[in-house]
Design a protein around this ligand. Sequence first.
Ligand SMILES: Cc1cc2nc3c(=O)[nH]c(=O)nc-3n(C[C@H](O)[C@H](O)[C@H](O)COP(=O)(O)O)c2cc1C
Length: 389
Amino acid sequence: MKPRQIKEGIFWMGSLDWDRRLFDALIPLPDGTTYNAYLVHGQDKTVLFDTVDIPLVSEILDQLQDVEKIDYVISHHAEPDHSGGVPAVLEKYPDAKAICTEKCKAMLMDRFEIPEDRFQTVADGETLDLGGRTLEFLHMPWVHWPETMVTWLKEDGILFSCDLFGSHIASTDLFVRDKARVFEAAKRYYAEIMMPFAKLIARHLERLASYDIQLIAPSHGSLYDEPAFILDAYREWISGKPHNLVVVPYVSMHGSTRMMVDFLTDELVQRDVGVMRFDLSEVDIGKLAMALVDAATVVIATPTVLTGPHPKALYAAALANLIRPKAKYASIIGSYGWGTKVVDQVAAALPNLKVEILPPVLGKGIPKKEEKAALSDMADQIAERHRQL
Ligand SMILES: Cc1cc2nc3c(=O)[nH]c(=O)nc-3n(C[C@H](O)[C@H](O)[C@H](O)COP(=O)(O)O)c2cc1C
């Protein structure tokens, strides 16, 4: 794709990766993704913000064909989906410097063996005059690695936000137009990438509140020319109270655990509690992660396999533990045959969750009177707690 003008002297570059279906060998990409780079001309200096992923570097080199001089390539984040083209850009422009944080420099040297003299590191709050355009570098660790920064372009009111506010979506909309679609993609991105660092991001958002942002230009997905759309969404995802919602990741080999899930679902619905269920045998983990942004309670449902939980249930527990949702309550239900250590093993997989564990319900074979009574009791307890949210 050819460069696209955002405004006088400022261009989108980068790649649309329409067919990519997996990120980090883990995260499903139902809508592909983009790697956004940006070219900004000042009267004196020209800068390139970030590049593209390694397999697509030739695209950005094509886009730079007619650009005679680049003074700086700004590397907000060392992850190769943005920094993949930095070595090639430095090679094409032998006088250019890579601007980044100290930590990012070390990571880029480790990953790409870029010589140290090609770097110019910047402190938090440091500025760079391009001639009529001023950049301010804002260190924002953990959005999404410890070395990450964003850049504020003062005169134009543009925040180059790197992964912050990103969305994995390959779209020809330069600016967000289909808000419903972008909301879903940005929430999925938040859930998978940003939620583990929600508390730190809340502080970054406070800092950004003093900037009069006109446009947010992230490294993935369309640009936000109505920044309030994504800023408000982030505030809600981070600080909004948990919803009256139970997320039930479940797996069942022969149907017994599933019968428990069905029964519990009914009991919760009768008490006006929302339920989202995810069959872990064929789950889109992005959808599960999105549900975890909002849920007040997580109930993991698993049969016993070789004394412990089914490996897919353990995987869901590990995932929930990694992304640190704001859920306040959790429990475990499931069926077994003769003996089980499911509860201890699932609970041990959730150390990051600051949750009250409600009494688990395990039963032999299909759920009978006793297990059904216990599941009704669980629904009572959840409904009561959700009323206090
Ligand atoms: C591979 C395999 C291993 C199992 N290991 C255990 C076990 O260690 N302890 C136990 O109590 N039941 C064990 N079971 C029995 C199941 O937990 C039991 O049949 C349960 O009701 C299955 O639930 P489901 O119908 O939801 O799949 C095992 C079953 C299978 C297929």
